[in-house]
Design a protein around this ligand. Structure first.
Ligand SMILES: Cc1cc2nc3c(=O)[nH]c(=O)nc-3n(C[C@H](O)[C@H](O)[C@H](O)COP(=O)(O)O)c2cc1C
Length: 385
């Protein structure tokens, strides 16, 4: 199939995703917390941001998309957010996503709950560019993971702090989602309904948590895996604990999942290099604010010299421009890349990166913006949220 013709946008990939993967994987990726208001809020908040074009200038005929972040120059101001269980959408999805990011000169973040290990990514892509970790209750595990990430070439560490409690999303409960998938009649029927996915997954073996596997007790039963992982993850991560990560990681450090400007300021004070302003893609608190809404407050709190990344609901190059216009230095996307992997397979993330770059370039050209750092000048002020 000519996927470039059939899926010219991330929205088209999203529409095709439901028919590409088993129901439990579809619900896992698209789902949000509670009544899924926050999921919709992310999309609505982005849509409400308007940009004012300037046409009487020839300066922006060849906009420069390149962006500097943490001493690296990337070819565009967006990258792949850390996403757990990516292998549920397509076998070895993290390897393919890392390779696509490398090809496009964009950052890729591997989730600590990934189905591929930091070593797998190093083997496939040369290095594990960024690594994301949830703080665990065991410092030895954390230290060993940081050591492994460093050895695998990680330049930046992301500590995600926004899952202090166990979040049971309704559809996952209904689907009996577990990893590796438990072969109940229900999941089996869902798998058999997606033969392309089933064949590919069978060839590569069922997905598992490859980063955490070495620390799991031997003989852990499948039925005990969920509660083992819930118990392993520390609840609220204190600022002291953030300092601990700062002291034990000599690369760049980001804290992900903050929505409170005062907490961002605290992180800056203890030497954190960047904040990922995020509501975890609407998956944690149904009454949470959106990154796009809090970005201006965050910027006021941390000043111009702190790096702010943002995510949530970004599906187009225009959305990337909207996030940057509202004060982000860089944008991350989670689901967009997952939709690409599930629908297209191996080259899905490559296709998504190409779409987003072209859309972002077109947006810059349309509004008359020649450089990424000038985007805030195009925000329509009276409609700014
Ligand atoms: C299926 C799924 C799994 C995720 N797993 C993680 C994770 O392991 N670690 C993390 O920091 N964020 C995780 N996130 C959140 C993403 O990093 C990101 O914040 C979110 O996807 C942004 O919203 P978007 O999907 O609308 O782009 C996950 C998101 C999704 C959709």
């Amino acid at each position: 199939m000519n996927y470039k013709k059939h899926y010219p946008s991330v929205w088209d990939l999203e529409a095709g995703f439901e028919k590409a993967v088993p129901k439990f994987a579809f619900d896992y990726v698209v789902g949000g917390i509670g009544d899924e208001h926050n999921l919709q809020d992310n999309l609505d908040a982005l849509k409400s941001v308007k940009l004012r074009p300037r046409y009487l200038s020839d300066k922006a005929n060849h906009p420069d998309l390149s962006t500097s972040l943490f001493g690296e120059t990337y070819s565009a101001p967006f990258g792949v957010a850390p996403v757990g269980l990516t292998g549920l959408t397509w076998p070895k999805a993290p390897e393919h996503m890392a390779l696509a990011a490398k090809k496009h000169n964009l950052p890729f973040a591997l989730s600590g709950f990934s189905t591929s290990s930091v070593e797998d990514i190093q083997k496939a892509a040369g290095d594990c560019h960024w690594y994301q970790q949830y703080a665990t209750i065991d410092n030895e595990i954390d230290l060993d993971m940081l050591r492994r990430a460093k050895a695998a070439g990680a330049k930046a560490l992301i500590i995600t702090v926004d899952i202090p409690t166990n979040t049971n999303r309704r559809k996952n409960v209904q689907n009996g989602l577990s990893v590796p998938p438990e072969f109940s009649l229900q999941t089996l029927a869902q798998i058999l309904a997606r033969p392309r996915w089933a064949m590919a997954t069978l060839r590569h073996g069922v997905p598992e948590f490859r980063n955490i596997k070495p620390y799991m007790p031997k003989g852990l039963k499948l039925s005990e895996l969920g509660s083992y992982l819930n118990d392993l993850i520390e609840g609220h991560v204190s600022i002291e604990r953030v300092k601990w990560f700062r002291n034990n990681w000599d690369g760049k450090l980001m804290v992900k999942g903050l929505l409170d400007p005062e907490e961002a300021r605290l992180c800056k004070a203890v030497g954190v290099d960047g904040i990922v302003v995020s509501n975890h893609g609407g998956r944690q608190l149904d009454a949470a604010e959106t990154a796009i809404d809090v970005l201006p407050l965050m910027r006021d709190a941390v000043g111009e010299d702190m790096t702010l990344l943002a995510d949530g609901g970004v599906r187009t190059g225009l959305d990337i421009a909207r996030m940057l216009a509202k004060g982000a230095d860089f944008v991350l996307l989670g689901r967009a890349f997952m939709f690409g992997m599930g629908v297209v397979g191996n080259s899905g993330a490559d296709h998504v990166a190409t779409i987003l770059k072209e859309e972002f370039r077109a947006t810059m050209g349309q509004i008359g913006c020649s450089a990424v750092e000038e985007l805030s000048e195009f925000l329509v002020p009276n409609l700014a949220r």
